[in-house]
Design a protein around this ligand. Sequence first.
Ligand code: PLP
Length: 359
Amino acid sequence: MKSVTAVINHQALIANLDKIKSLVPNSKIVAVVKANAYGHGLINVAQNIEPKVDAFAVARLPEAMELRSAGITKPVILLEGFLNAEDVIVIAEQGFYTAVHDQEQIDAIESAPINKPINAWLKIDIGMHRLGAGKDEVSKMKQRLESSNKIVQPIGLISHLSVADTPSQSDYNQEQIDYFFSIAKDFTGDLCLANSAGIISWPQARTDYVRPGIIMYGISPYADKTGEDLGLTPVMTLKSSLIAIRKIKKGARVGYGAAWTAPEDTTLGIVAAGYGDGYPRSMPNGSPVLINGRLVPTAGHVCMDMLFVDLGADAKDKIGDEVILWGEGLPVEHIANLCNTIPYELVCRIMPRVNLEIH
Ligand SMILES: *Cc1c(COP(=O)(O)O)cnc(C)c1O
């Protein structure tokens, strides 16, 4: 009998990429594989999609190194730039592309003992106010990068939309796109703007390079839509097994804190999945799991290694039966809504002890 397993459907991944390419036939695809490919397994995802994409993007240098160690040869972009001056040497040696978001990073590149120039994308702040050159710094940073012999010319321009997934903020999104292009008109290098929501909702944001993350995994970036609504196929199905079944009486108080009381005589199922696997403890009573083709409500607090489900008085389910926690037939977007988070967080939070099964 299987404990928690994240089944990764590689055909779905490829189908989603084909769908993305049909939306942006003139853009190069930077596959965003940070955070262990959103919990889907960095190396197996990267190896599988390498022929279909033009580059990879990660957040941190060790993630980029992991890709190289696994034999990935396509360009790897560091979206956050680098955190330490020593990293510049590794970036030059490995030929990584890096975002450059502040003057200190330019200082570090200028003073690094490297004899191979670095591929840099100037990162500008267009409205998120997280990373990137502010309005008063853009031309200075551009000029410094363009006059450096430690930088490959021409430099690229990169930024990130903060409300591309929020229709009620479409004016603010348009403002960000307009500002990006007002800066871009003075660049001859590559432009890189759209994330998943930008690719889907904002054709003007489909620049030379686009950076799909969540939609590659078949998940919607919008709070009110599922991946399937967007013509995508979920890549991850998280499943486990029923490991115990017991009859309980009306009034039985179940689990830690007795957070659920049986309203009637019923059959309780114990599922081998808990917050130690990445299934959120904050899931409320009555959240759905899928067992033998029907939705079954959870009961009581989620434990570290197990959770309870109310199978119903006449349940015929057996020990060992499969339990789907999210994925095929049970969109992760619905599960995320129920515990007040976004599906990005749920898939990223898959714990190391969960088996990855590649199909
Ligand atoms: C994570 C990330 C992305 C991908 O975003 P999705 O919404 O998953 O498509 C793109 N660009 C940057 C800078 C990111 O940090």
